[in-house]
Write a protein that binds this ligand. Structure first.
Ligand code: SF4
Ligand code: SF4
Length: 244
């Protein structure tokens, strides 16, 4: 059986249930090539009581997005065990309450597009039927909205849409690869938020304490900081004085 992608309209319903009793339990946590969003990282590092730097060092690999040229981060999997997620256990996901957005969204996939005229983001959903997954046609039926609510996805989607704005701006201002210095800044601001906090707190125009002390506010600030850096690409970049 091949993987199947079935587009879903707003009122379409699908039947799905996943629990420890399914024969395929945790199969979806193997053969992983999973990208992590900046908001995923906030949730995961706080769940594990680690700094962003510690989390990134221990659990992730860094790459460059082939299409965006931006730094991207994936889980460091265990190749000897079929590229399994570092958080899978015999009883399920060790970080379930804070699992990444793609784990929450499955069996749906979300595609979003932004209108050039209005800036409005429109999301489209499809059901991804993977041959190994036996959760289909079990349990109750769901609309897309019911699934999003049930999986607490609204905040993830809002933050991921902000990330899409950064990608759009980057593609517009600087198609292709970023120079190493800007690449480093983008990685710092998007992914290594605790180190970014230390860096910007020392700047003359540091954000207020209410922003510095709150990860979500700081990530929003970091995204607008990157947007400013991208928009001033023709000028020398804002200086940052980093001490580690
Ligand atoms: S984070 Fe949890 S749900 Fe997601 S792949 Fe890893 S173990 Fe599975
Ligand atoms: S039912 Fe699907 S989502 Fe649930 S454990 Fe099995 S493969 Fe993963």
């Amino acid at each position: 059986m091949e993987e199947e992608l079935v587009p879903l309209m707003t009122n379409d319903r699908f039947m799905f249930s996943c629990s420890a009793s399914v024969p395929c339990f945790t199969e979806c946590c193997r053969d992983l090539n999973q990208f992590l969003t900046p908001y995923d990282i906030i949730r995961l590092k706080n769940s594990l009581n680690l700094s962003s730097t510690e989390f990134l060092d221990q659990y992730t690999s860094r790459h460059t997005g082939p299409e965006t040229g931006l730094p991207v981060v994936t889980f460091k999997t265990r190749p000897a065990e079929r590229f399994v997620c570092p958080f899978v256990t015999p009883t399920g996901c060790r970080v379930y309450a804070d699992r990444p957005s793609s784990c929450r969204t499955y069996p749906l996939v979300r595609m979003a597009s932004r209108s050039r005229e209005t800036g409005k983001i429109t999301a489209y959903y499809a059901l991804m039927k993977e041959p190994h997954c036996q959760g289909f046609d079990r349990g109750r039926s769901w609309t897309v909205q019911e699934w999003l609510q049930d999986q607490s996805l609204l905040i993830y989607n809002d933050m991921n849409d902000m990330m899409m704005e950064i990608i759009g701006l980057k593609n517009q201002m600087k198609p292709g690869r970023l120079d190493p210095e800007l690449n480093e800044r983008v990685y710092l601001a998007l992914y290594d938020l605790d180190r970014f906090r230390t860096v910007v707190a020392e700047q003359a125009d540091a954000p207020p304490e209410s922003v510095l002390s709150d990860d979500l506010s700081l990530l929003k600030y970091a995204m607008s900081w990157i947007a400013r850096q991208l928009m001033t690409l023709s000028q020398p970049p804002e200086p940052i004085h980093e001490s580690r």
